[in-house]
Design a protein around this ligand. Structure first.
Ligand SMILES: CC(C)(COP(=O)(O)OP(=O)(O)OC[C@H]1O[C@@H](n2cnc3c(N)ncnc32)[C@H](O)[C@@H]1OP(=O)(O)O)[C@@H](O)C(=O)NCCC(=O)NCCS
Length: 318
């Protein structure tokens, strides 16, 4: 029986820091409101000359180094994003070229903030059926490009960044259990129009019904983490770390409560990074591993939720 395990992680944040104080100069808001309602203090956004492909290249090189691998060891690239550098070729292909990998399958995943969980499931399936040995999965976002900088209810939330994880074939799990889903009936609660075709009249910026999204997120994620736990046959007390999607501290606290986890067992990055959509889980995972919090053998629960709605949960033995 083949399984997939994490061989290495890496991440890269853009250089420009945008604090709540900076946002006070752009929209009618204040640091106290943002911290109390979201937990976010600052976020990183792309500066002059920075782009997704460049950040993804650095994040991947860090993951390769951690895995003791070279680019040509990668035989599949899955890049989750809602904000690729080009519509096509996919950002996965742009990254492949940058890494100097002559040929391998490479494609983007469009599952909004849940994109990394979707990528993890795909990587696991490719490895289990023997079609890949080392799969590079990234969450890579430049939300600053599609944020409406005049809308105080959304522009305070988002940030840019890239997280990368290499999953490799293994005799032992690895990815113990995972689940992904989507419900298109919520399509109008959180979306970014293309500004083309049926969306021609709409501004191509993020639109969100914040409090409605909040309620569905808490309920859906609460159920998603208990579902994957039940599917794994593990107990709540077996989970060492929660690595949640970093949308709102109050949502994260509600999910932690469902798992009877104290907040010192929850990896938080949103205070410094905001919501980086599909990048938030691999960014948090990499940070926690590099800080020495998450150690080999620990059981980690990853969850994410985003526009669609889409969501996913997974239990990984690191
Ligand atoms: C966006 C979010 C932080 C807003 O918090 P909230 O407590 O729901 O706030 P509301 O949207 O109900 O707005 C409450 C008030 O604050 C105001 N407000 C909104 N943004 C503000 C800001 N940045 N600064 C100050 N006031 C603000 C609103 O205008 C509203 O004022 P009113 O009562 O006079 O109309 C919250 O809804 C949220 O996190 N939603 C989910 C986001 C999410 O999970 N996304 C996941 C997928 S990526």
């Amino acid at each position: 029986m083949k399984y997939s395990r994490i061989a290495g992680t890496g991440s890269c944040l853009p250089s420009k820091v945008l604090t709540n104080k900076d946002l006070e100069k752009i929209v009618d808001t204040d640091d106290k409101w943002i911290v109390e309602r979201t937990g976010i203090k600052e976020r990183r956004i792309l500066g002059e000359g920075e782009n997704i492909t460049g950040l993804a290249e650095v994040a991947t090189k860090r993951a390769l180094e951690a895995a003791n691998m070279v680019p040509n060891d990668i035989d599949l690239i899955l890049l989750a994003t809602t904000t690729p550098d080009r519509t096509f070729p996919s950002n996965a292909v742009l990254l492949q070229e940058r890494l100097g990998i002559a040929e391998c399958p490479a494609f983007d995943i469009a599952a909004a903030c849940a994109g990394f969980n979707y990528g993890l499931v795909l990587a696991d399936n490719f490895i289990r059926v023997g079609q890949a040995k080392n799969v590079l999965v990234l969450g890579a976002e430049a939300l600053s490009r599609i944020v409406d900088w005049t809308d105080r209810s959304t522009c305070i939330l988002f940030g840019d960044g890239v997280g990368a994880v290499i999953f490799s074939e293994s005799d032992e799990p690895g990815i113990v259990c995972s689940k992904i889903s989507a419900a298109g009936k919520y399509k109008d609660l959180l979306y970014a129009p293309t500004g083309l075709g049926p969306d021609a009249e709409l501004s191509p910026k993020i639109a969100m019904a914040g409090s409605a999204v909040f309620k569905v997120a808490v309920n859906t994620l609460g159920k998603a983490v208990l579902d994957v736990l039940e599917k794994s046959g593990m107990e709540k007390s077996d989970i060492d770390w929660l690595v949640p999607h970093q949308a709102n501290l109050r949502i994260i606290q509600a999910v932690a409560k469902k798992l009877d986890l104290t907040m010192d067992k929850v990896i938080i990055t949103l205070d410094k990074q905001g919501n980086t959509s599909s990048a938030s889980v691999p960014l948090a995972l990499d940070q926690a591993i590099r800080e020495g919090k998450i150690k080999r053998g620990d059981n980690i629960l990853l969850e994410s939720f985003g526009g669609g709605f889409t969501w996913g949960s997974a239990i990984i033995r690191y």
